[in-house]
Design a protein around this ligand. Structure first.
Ligand SMILES: *Cc1c(COP(=O)(O)O)cnc(C)c1O
Length: 394
């Protein structure tokens, strides 16, 4: 199979050629350590400052509040663990949602073992957090609310403004994992009352292993890595200059192309969703129809196994996912799909397709034809489907 159709942009994206080009000089001619005093190291120092400014501007944030990290997972860990430690004199209660990324959920489980209490607020059938439950969960000892901006599996966008208002009104810190939303949706940390925000380069056509945490001025947080004075001494270690430059370039491109790119993706997404639902019976769309990321489609096909579907799609040159790259290979259905109330057998038959700007309608047409063929072939082998069809005929 020569053809490759990449529809897993929620797992990672290609690094754009302009980004790679911007990075290259910082491996070679401009390799100086940004902390050095001689003039030779200035270009690295300036490049970091420039990237920080681009990112701050993209969020309407102060440049001093952007801290570079090694990606989304590190930013999530830092935000949760190190504010929890500082604010434990006020309380040891944290609120999050039941459908967070594992970088949040596993950090919360770790904190629970350290004596913190975590409330996992539920979501409705489309994956939207229950705001009344969230409000009720707030106690005098609540120190932090962490709710993702948009979900990586089903694409649902959370009511971030409302959550920010609730958190602010109760004097509780608000962190959001915006790894999927950043670059796809406009974000203003002031308008949305966001105190901390995590983002990652490789989800927006930047390099892997670089991201940032926005930390609003005045928030007390323990330093993540002790050592030199980099990142205002909060995260020590010689900066990943090429990575930071690449991230800055990727953000610049993502912001300047956002409107055109996402409206094109939304059209293609809706075309894919409408045709799959119309042409493949016993299929449902997971996640909110409207409050969803421009590039996300997530389906459940009754009577089939998501893993078999992925393998057969792979043989047809199509890269999709069963939900989350982190849970692939495990036999448990996704916690997100269970969180929106799907029964195990339906959750097992799920497929996430996430678009990127390079995908074309012609590719989507091919994917839909292959999907129809493969779903039918798998159903023809399924005893459950056979029983169902027999009982339907009677
Ligand atoms: C990918 C992802 C992460 C992890 O980011 P890395 O940079 O890969 O560590 C965290 N949260 C969400 C929602 C993600 O999609």
């Amino acid at each position: 199979m020569d053809r490759l159709i990449y529809l897993d942009h929620a797992a990672t994206t290609s690094t754009r050629p302009e980004v790679v080009e911007a990075m290259l000089p910082y491996f070679t001619e401009s390799f100086g350590n940004p902390s050095s005093v001689y003039g030779f190291s200035n270009s690295g120092k300036e490049a970091i400052a420039n990237a920080r400014e681009i990112i701050a501007k993209s969020l309407n944030a102060d440049t001093r509040d952007i801290y570079f990290t090694a990606g989304g997972s590190e930013s999530d860990n830092w935000a949760l663990k190190e504010t929890a430690r500082v604010y434990k004199t006020k309380g040891k209660h944290i609120i999050t949602s039941s459908i967070e990324h594992h970088a949040i959920l596993h950090t919360c489980e770790f904190l629970e073992k350290e004596g913190y209490e975590v409330t996992y607020v539920g979501v409705d059938e489309n994956g939207i957090i229950k705001l009344d439950e969230l409000k009720k969960a707030i106690r005098t000892d609540t120190i932090l609310i962490s709710v993702m901006f948009a979900n990586n599996e089903i694409g649902t966008i959370q009511p971030i403004k409302e959550i920010g208002e609730i958190a602010r009104a109760h004097g509780v810190l608000f962190h959001t994992d915006a790894v999927q939303a950043y670059g796809q949706l406009p974000i203003d940390v002031n308008e949305l009352n966001i105190d901390m925000l995590s983002a990652s380069g490789h989800k927006l056509n930047g390099p892997k292993g670089i991201g940032f945490l926005y930390i609003r001025k005045g928030i007390k947080i323990r330093n993540l890595i002790h050592g030199g004075g980099q990142e205002r001494a909060r995260r020590a270690g010689t900066e990943n200059v090429p990575g930071i430059v690449g991230l800055g370039k990727a953000v610049e491109l993502a912001i300047s192309t956002m409107q055109d790119r996402t409206s094109k993706e939304t059209l293609l997404r809706d075309y894919l969703i409408d045709r799959v639902l119309a042409e493949i019976p016993y299929t449902r769309l997971n996640g909110d129809r409207l409050k969803r990321l421009p590039n996300n489609a997530n389906f459940s096909f009754q009577f089939i196994e998501g893993e078999s579907l992925l393998i057969m799609l792979d043989m047809a040159g199509i890269c999709g996912s069963s939900g989350s790259a982190c849970t692939s290979g495990s036999l448990d259905p996704s916690h997100v799909l269970l969180g929106i109330g799907l029964p195990h057998e339906i959750a097992h038959g799920s497929l996430r397709l996430t678009l990127g700007e390079e995908n074309t309608k012609e590719e989507i047409d091919y994917v839909i034809e292959k999907l129809k063929e493969i779903v039918q072939r798998l159903r023809d082998m399924s005893p459950l489907y056979e029983d169902f069809m027999k009982s339907n005929k009677r």
